[in-house]
Design a protein around this ligand. Structure first.
Ligand code: PLP
Length: 373
């Protein structure tokens, strides 16, 4: 099927996760709420799987509520936090480079957007200046999905505390989970979103960490599952797969991190040597993501040409109709550079050979196509 270097978009499910899902779908398939043996078996399995995910995240099992995806977690965190703080105010602080799963649900609220510098980093002084007595939520992602930059979430928690602000801190850790070291407690996060399909579990499973003591209203109404917080029969097969993916990743964490950053650094080194006017937009602080640009070569064309050569990379999550993505645009780089930006993202199985093939393909495209503008 070719070379897949778009692992920030989604990952191939690892065999252990697929096996765990199969087991639960065909053997431990009961409804955890049922009062007979099949139900008890499913409930027991769900509890063990929740503990495994909590262990990988570094929180208590009862602080985790399973969701359908990262988007649901982000939506819930925002709506829940606003409702939680409704007597104290309505002001929210976020960054201009959040995923649309955060930016869209914030529409219509009183929001201050922190802007990144050219490298995609956020200065905590901006947050300190933006905090107001009526700020009820700060939502700052941990790792940006297009640039791979790490945002100062720990420092945000400290700033909120220093200011004596009642604001809750939410972090979208969808791209950070298992890729960079943290626990929710160490970050000082009250709410934290993860998603399974970025860490070799299937699509359709995520979780929201809700710090013990915070009472969030559910998004959905129905049965009493997930302690009444997220009604609906639990997706036990997806949870089992997520737990298996977490166990494997946690066990090989250091090796996986080293492998991803080695492949990424090798790619950047090759690219800079092969195409001297290529621009490294972001080397990425996280091990798996970087962004590069061939100024004058529109990224949509590059993605198409690479795809014709069997190589999959991304032009950014919202880069279409002649506009750079809101993340790349927020860095304020020159338009010619922004329009040619590609995101390349790795998984632990990505190889140096794949990185080399990508560089060679980009060199060939550059040598055979004339730059625009
Ligand atoms: N947040 C970030 C940073 C992401 O990268 C993504 C997925 O691309 C999401 C949220 C949404 O996650 P999901 O696809 O599980 O809804």
């Amino acid at each position: 099927m070719g070379i897949y270097l778009d692992n920030a978009a989604t990952t191939r499910v690892c065999p252990e996760a697929a096996q765990a899902a199969l087991e639960v779908m065909t053997e431990a398939f009961g409804n955890p709420s049922s009062g007979y043996a099949f139900g008890a078996q499913a409930a027991e399995r769900l509890s063990a799987d929740r503990a495994a995910v909590a262990d990988a995240l570094g929180c208590l099992p009862e602080e985790l509520v399973f969701t359908s995806c990262g988007t649901e977690g982000d939506n819930w965190a925002i709506r829940g936090a606003v409702e939680y703080g409704r007597r104290k105010g309505k002001h929210i602080i976020t960054t201009a480079i959040e995923h649309s799963a955060v930016l869209e649900p914030l529409q219509g609220y009183d929001v201050t957007y922190l802007r990144p510098d050219r490298s995609g980093h956020i200065d905590i002084a901006g947050l300190e200046a933006a905090l107001r007595p009526d700020t009820v939520l700060v939502s700052m992602m941990l790792v940006n999905n297009e640039l791979g930059t790490i945002l100062p979430v720990r420092e945000a928690a400290q700033a909120i505390r220093r200011a004596g602000s009642p604001a809750l801190l939410h972090t979208d850790a969808v791209q950070g989970f298992l890729k960079v070291p943290f626990t929710p407690e160490e970050l000082g996060a009250d709410l934290l979103t993860i998603s399974g399909h970025k860490v070799r579990a299937p699509k359709g499973i995520g979780a929201l960490y809700i710090r013990k003591g915070i009472k969030l209203k559910p998004l959905l109404r129905g049965g009493g599952q997930e302690s009444g917080l997220r009604p609906g029969t639990e997706p036990t097969a997806q949870v089992a797969a997520l737990a298996a993916a977490c166990r494997v990743w946690a066990e090989h964490r250091e090796d996986y991190t080293n492998r991803m950053s080695d492949t990424k650094n090798y790619f950047l080194e090759l690219l800079e040597a092969a195409i001297p006017d290529a621009v490294v937009v972001s080397r990425g602080d996280a091990p798996h993501i970087c962004a590069v640009s061939l100024p004058g070569y529109p990224s949509e064309m590059l993605v198409r040409e690479l795809s014709d050569r069997g190589i999959c990379v991304s032009s950014g999550s919202a880069c279409h109709r002649g506009k750079p993505s809101h993340v790349f645009a927020a860095t304020g780089r020159p338009k010619r550079e922004l329009m040619g930006t590609l995101r390349v993202s790795f998984c632990p199985d990505s190889t140096r050979e794949e990185a080399k093939a990508l560089t060679e393909a980009l060199t060939e495209i550059k040598n055979t196509r004339i730059a625009a503008g």
